[in-house]
Design a protein around this ligand. Structure first.
Ligand SMILES: NC(=O)c1ccc[n+]([C@@H]2O[C@H](COP(=O)([O-])OP(=O)(O)OC[C@H]3O[C@@H](n4cnc5c(N)ncnc54)[C@H](O)[C@@H]3O)[C@@H](O)[C@H]2O)c1
Length: 263
């Protein structure tokens, strides 16, 4: 049932690759809740994935951008403002990739060129995005920006590899940019730390299948699904959470508050 929580709101959504993507579920729910959206992904993901189908379903456009390229981000923000006829209200950053994970390199044997790519795609891209939005004054007052994180940013989990370090940086950027953007424009910035979820990115992580089963079993409420995540993210885009900013918000069925011995 729709509550029209985002009626009249406009937003930009990164990271919908296919219908397993968390961003896909956020896009669908945002539109069902009354928002207008613009979608974006890399040219290769647009070609290989299914985002054009989502755009058709949501009655919108896809503007290609590599989130590591400031020039692309500038063109994307300009294109989004042109599409909406002015400023917009919310942004989802659902972007991550680790070449070390992809190539099966252990955390004790990472390739440092790959490491830099991991950080650029998964963390620095968030700063680049925020800086572009800020300089272009692209967001309305009380706008909301959400990025997606994972518990391995805060707790050791070797299988998450260099992505753990990138997510820790993502959370730090959230606090530091959130302070400035909040004071100056009342724009709020948060990360949602989501349960392990069997998306394309999720499936690439060593031990993910076992992790999904384990956390689902021991979390009091079970794992949060991608659909659940969309619901939570939407509350953060809505006016109901206007004073929430600079937070890393666990969305994991209670898992993060358990001791490992409690099974
Ligand atoms: N799946 C999980 O278990 C899980 C848990 C916590 C957090 N997250 C986070 O959720 C977010 C979305 O991932 P997902 O699980 O939906 O997987 P996904 O594979 O569906 O989405 C990852 C997206 O990142 C995009 N991307 C990669 N490089 C990019 C670049 N240079 N520029 C722009 N986009 C780029 C991909 O095209 C893809 O759409 C990621 O930040 C991920 O780390 C996932």
């Amino acid at each position: 049932m729709s509550h029209q929580l985002l009626k009249g709101r406009k937003g930009l959504i990164f990271g919908a690759l296919n219908d397993k993507s968390i961003a896909w579920k956020v896009a669908e729910l945002a539109v069902a809740e009354g928002a207008e959206i613009v979608l974006t992904n890399t040219p290769v993901s647009i070609r290989l994935g299914e985002i054009n189908r989502l755009a058709e379903q949501c009655g919108t456009v896809v503007i290609p951008a590599d989130a590591t390229s400031v020039a692309d981000l500038e063109a994307l923000v300009d294109g989004t403002m042109e599409h909406f006829g002015g400023r917009f209200d919310f942004v989802l950053h659902a972007v991550a990739m680790s070449p070390n994970i992809r190539k099966g390199r252990a955390y004790t044997d990472v390739n440092y060129d790959f490491f830099q790519k991991t950080v650029d795609i998964s963390a620095l891209s968030f700063h680049k995005l925020l800086q572009t939005l800020y300089k272009k004054d692209a967001l309305n007052e009380w706008g909301s920006v959400v990025a997606l994180s994972y518990i391995a940013a805060d707790r050791a989990m070797p299988g998450y590899n260099d992505m753990a370090d990138a997510k820790a940086m993502l959370q730090s950027i959230t606090r530091n940019f959130g302070l400035i953007y909040g004071r100056e424009k009342h724009v709020r910035i948060n990360t949602v730390s989501q349960s392990p979820t069997m998306t394309t990115a999720g499936q690439g992580i060593d031990g993910m299948k076992e992790m999904v089963g384990y956390t689902d079993r021991i979390s009091p409420l079970g794992n949060a699904t991608a659909e659940d995540c969309a619901g939570y993210v939407l509350t953060l885009f809505s006016d109901l959470t206007r004073k929430v900013t600079m937070q890393n918000l666990y969305h994991d069925g209670g898992y993060s508050s358990l001791l490992p011995v409690m099974e």
